[in-house]
Design a binder for this molecule. Structure first.
Ligand SMILES: [Mg+2]
Length: 254
């Protein structure tokens, strides 16, 4: 299991900032791990899209404020330390109010598509996964048209690629379990990679998979995230560091 690897191994591979192994770096495990246990086998990686495979281009706080109104936004934000689930917030609204909310969300998403850029390191990471015959999937709360545009524009295809037309959306584990079933692999042979603690890490951990949080700016270092229900197994600041996690912590041979 990767959780028993010593901190030293990860730091030896560090490029300027090493990925952080989030769990099980207790002194007890370090003292007793004289012979490293076998690495877990990894057979698939599932990615979030916005902010993970693509450079963040959607102003989510502005979107939430526009949908909820200032007062509701402030109130719900205070109650939701790991982030706002906007699709959940609007699911019981009246049809008319919900339609307007989706129009607002779509406007923000369209503006994001205009600025779509692939995340540095994404193409290289996908090539590496291909070289190891490790499957690549995608789960996004964005619409299928955005996934289609991503596939067309960057020429990298993920399969299955589940958008918000697949319900329930993450953070529910259903989309990840669906992908595991389609691949005929166990969830503990898969890693979910994403930039959202509340959506990607929760989805991954609830499904029984490994979870890797992409935190480019270190925003999840804040104490307000210390007591969230689901914590990532790994925390990285770039997709290049995901590559390091894969090589260091998992058995990758087909
Ligand atoms: Mg994201």
């Amino acid at each position: 299991m990767p959780l028993h690897l010593s901190k030293a191994i990860l730091f030896l591979h560090s490029k300027p900032k090493p990925p952080i192994l989030m769990a099980n770096l207790s002194s007890k495990s370090n003292l007793t791990a004289l012979t490293p246990p076998p690495k877990a086998r990894l057979r698939g990686v599932v990615f979030d899209m916005d902010g993970t495979l693509t450079v963040p281009a959607i102003d989510f706080p502005a979107m939430y404020r526009a949908v909820l109104g200032d007062d509701e936004y402030v109130r719900i934000k205070a109650e939701s330390p790991s982030g706002i689930d906007i699709l959940h917030q609007i699911e019981n609204w009246s049809p008319d109010k919900q339609r307007k909310a989706y129009e607002t969300i779509s406007d923000f998403e369209r503006q994001g598509l205009d600025r779509l850029q692939i995340m540095p390191g994404a193409a290289e990471l996908c090539s590496f996964l291909d070289s190891k015959s490790i499957r690549r999937g995608l789960i996004t709360r964005n619409v299928s048209a955005a996934v289609d545009l991503f596939h067309e524009r960057f020429g990298i295809t993920f399969s299955p690629a589940l958008s918000r037309e697949f319900r329930p959306c993450k953070p529910d584990p259903a989309p990840l379990l669906h992908i595991c079933a389609a691949w005929d692999v166990q969830p503990n042979e898969v890693m979910m990679v994403g930039d959202s603690l509340k959506d990607d890490v929760s989805c991954g951990k609830r499904a029984g998979a490994y979870a890797c949080l992409l935190d480019e700016e270190g925003r999840y270092d804040s104490p307000k995230y210390a007591n969230v229900d689901h914590k990532p197994d790994f925390k990285v600041s770039s997709l290049t560091e995901v590559h390091t996690v894969l090589e260091t912590c998992f058995h990758l041979a087909p």
